[in-house]
Design a protein around this ligand. Structure first.
Ligand code: NAD
Length: 319
């Protein structure tokens, strides 16, 4: 069994790797070659969440689980709030193959999924990118979205405005003008990424113009919410995994209110595989409910393991 600790990951997996791996996973799901198993997620109190996401990609020969969660007290202790480890197993024998640090991998795969949704579903002429959120994930999302589309400017809102300068610095690094705005000004955006840990909607229907694409990435647990249900209901909906979208994703609230049904939500993989249409008009709002799936975690972890083995990095132990 190979142990690839967190400190090694940045040298093993790039954002481009994550993009390709996530796109391949979504398509494998659409072909029926891969599946995510039901998520276990427990609230520990004080905003802490602990759980497991697992799955199998038969085509890629990957099986495993990502364990960990969200611990909002970490930032004050100099750690990031997410703490994850990915465990890979041999799908034939069940033997453990690897334990891989999952923090950077989570940020890379989540940002890649948001960016792929923007690339496939935003209008071709979208030039203004909005970001709601300015925590650890937000910068990765900005970088991933900037890699795929020619933005002219970026606007950002965060409940805690003191966090926005960090996002502004990343925009500057990318050569993009950045402006901190109030939520109503989000209406200037043609694509909006939401990536907060909010328990209540911030982005309202009145903040979004027709034709916008929304990549809603923050809601990955029961009880979180970033977007007004009426806006979800007004949008053409896409997701990484329908079962997660209606139970732990952004759509959970619109579903509970009877505004949306699971059959209204299209897997993004079906669009990538050419099985379903994406955006159907310049005026419709498209919304990608990115709930975060195990298959993407396994795919990026498998890249880390293959590179570590090739480079002789990590620690090999007999189990
Ligand atoms: P973080 O703790 O670094 O940042 C939290 C962000 O949420 C900050 O912008 C903060 O200002 C904002 N926020 C906190 N409380 C809020 C409130 N009440 N209302 C509005 N905004 C609020 O977290 P992060 O690592 O950037 O992750 C952000 C969110 O994304 C978390 O909810 C996390 O669980 C989720 N996430 C989802 C996936 C996925 O696959 N979908 C993957 C990773 C993280």
């Amino acid at each position: 069994m190979l142990i690839a600790p967190e400190a090694l990951i940045a040298d093993l997996v790039t954002a481009e790797d994550a993009h390709d791996a996530v796109a391949a996973c979504l398509a494998a799901q659409a072909r029926g070659a891969a599946e995510n198993f039901p998520v276990i997620r427990q609230a520990l109190g004080e905003g802490r969440q602990y759980g497991f996401k697992s799955g199998i990609d038969r085509a890629a020969g990957q099986m495993g689980v990502k364990a960990g969660g969200y611990f909002p007290g970490n930032a004050a202790r100099g750690m990031i709030n997410h703490q994850f480890s990915v465990f890979l197993f041999d799908p034939d024998s069940g033997r453990p193959l690897a334990m891989v640090g999952g923090n950077l991998l989570t940020a890379l795969r989540t940002a890649a999924a948001a960016a792929i949704s923007i690339d496939r579903l935003a209008r071709p002429d979208a030039r203004v990118l909005g970001i709601v959120g300015a925590g650890h994930q937000a910068g990765f999302h900005l970088r991933a979205a900037a890699r795929l589309r020619p933005w002219e400017r970026v606007i950002g809102w965060n409940l805690h405005p003191e966090m926005l300068p960090r996002l502004a610095a990343i925009a500057a690094d990318l050569g993009l003008p950045f402006q901190a705005v109030d939520l109503p000004q989000m209406i200037e955006s043609e694509a909006i990424i939401t990536i907060t840990s909010s328990p209540a909607a911030s982005l309202m229907a009145a903040h979004v113009r027709p034709g916008t694409h929304l990549a809603c990435m923050g809601t990955d647990t029961k009880g979180k919410q970033e977007v007004e249900p009426a806006l979800v209901a007004r949008s053409r909906l896409f997701t990484d995994e329908v079962a997660q979208s209606v139970s732990i994703g952004e759509a959970q609230h619109a579903v509970a209110a009877g505004l949306v049904r699971s059959q209204d939500i299209t897997p993004l993989g079906a669009v990538l595989a050419g099985q379903a249409p994406g955006r159907q008009s310049d005026q419709e709002i498209t919304l990608y409910d990115g709930t975060g799936v195990a298959l993407q975690d396994l795919a990026v972890a498998a890249i880390a393991v293959a590179r570590a083995r090739a480079l002789g990095l990590g620690l090999t132990v007999e189990v």
